[in-house]
Ligand binder design. Structure first.
Ligand SMILES: *Cc1c(COP(=O)(O)O)cnc(C)c1O
Length: 242
């Protein structure tokens, strides 16, 4: 049994996406909706699976790892949308289909597959490829995550030369207080510039619960939508209360 409110919210968002796509003269088939389930229980992910959702987003490694293990074999594509700690990079890679938040050169080394030393057998080497986005920071605040615009091109080059990573394009979060449509237009422009060095990186991960229509108008191909579908997130459990 699925919660009628959940299926209603999902239907509303799907309708909103279809409307925004129509207005933009775009096909909904070119838009992937990632339902962000951070802080939500596995039971909610299962309900969404029953409702046909296959792309799920998580932003905290430990939580994502537990959910991915519990739901192994379900056909879910996990999208990692949070900041990746360097020492957890290989673990994040292990369960993720897409990593949306590549934001620094040191992380690329951690995410890439190891290259065989000369003479070493290649039989045991990981030949898998993981899709990724480079996250761009549209603010002046480094804590918001993402590479600064001046450092974007070198990071893109670094990803392109890393074995085992396939660059899909750019990801961004619209800054608070700014007009989302203008922010997304900038990301779209940066994406077009970047295709000079990465012709296949034509995807854009942008748009959340409050601003997905504006993102679709500016060419988003991957929406990351949480609360508009899931309802409010449970308050973060404070582990330090005892
Ligand atoms: C939580 C989160 C989202 C979803 O946010 P909502 O406002 O709940 O839609 C999208 N992207 C990232 C990076 C997030 O951390």
């Amino acid at each position: 049994m699925t919660d009628p409110d959940l299926s209603q919210r999902l239907a509303n968002v799907r309708g909103g996406i279809a409307d925004a796509a129509r207005l933009a003269g775009r096909s909904v088939d070119d838009i992937t909706t990632v339902v962000v389930t951070k802080f939500q229980p596995v039971s909610l992910v299962r309900e969404l699976l029953e409702l046909g959702v296959r792309d799920f987003g998580e932003s905290r490694h430990q939580e994502a790892q537990v959910k991915a293990a519990e739901l192994a074999g379900s056909g879910i594509r996990w999208h990692f949308v949070g900041q990746v700690q360097g020492k957890k990079a290989r673990q994040v890679r292990a369960y993720s289909s897409v990593i949306h938040s590549v934001d620094r050169e040191s992380l690329v080394a951690g995410l890439a597959t190891p290259v065989a030393d000369q003479g070493e057998s290649t039989a045991e080497l990981d030949s898998s490829v993981v899709d990724c986005f480079v996250q761009v920071n549209l603010t002046e605040d480094p804590a918001r995550g993402g590479v600064s615009i001046p450092d974007l091109a070198p990071l893109v080059e670094r990803v392109l030369s890393a074995p085992g990573l396939r660059l899909l394009g750019l990801m961004a979060v619209a800054p608070l207080g700014a007009e989302p449509k203008r922010s997304f237009a900038l990301v779209s422009e940066l994406g077009a510039q970047m295709r000079g060095i990465a012709p296949d990186a034509r995807y854009l991960s942008m748009g959340m619960s409050q601003d997905y229509a504006a993102a679709i108008a500016e060419g988003a191909t991957h929406l990351r939508i949480g609360t508009a579908i899931t309802g409010n997130r449970p308050a973060a459990v404070n582990l330090k209360t005892s």
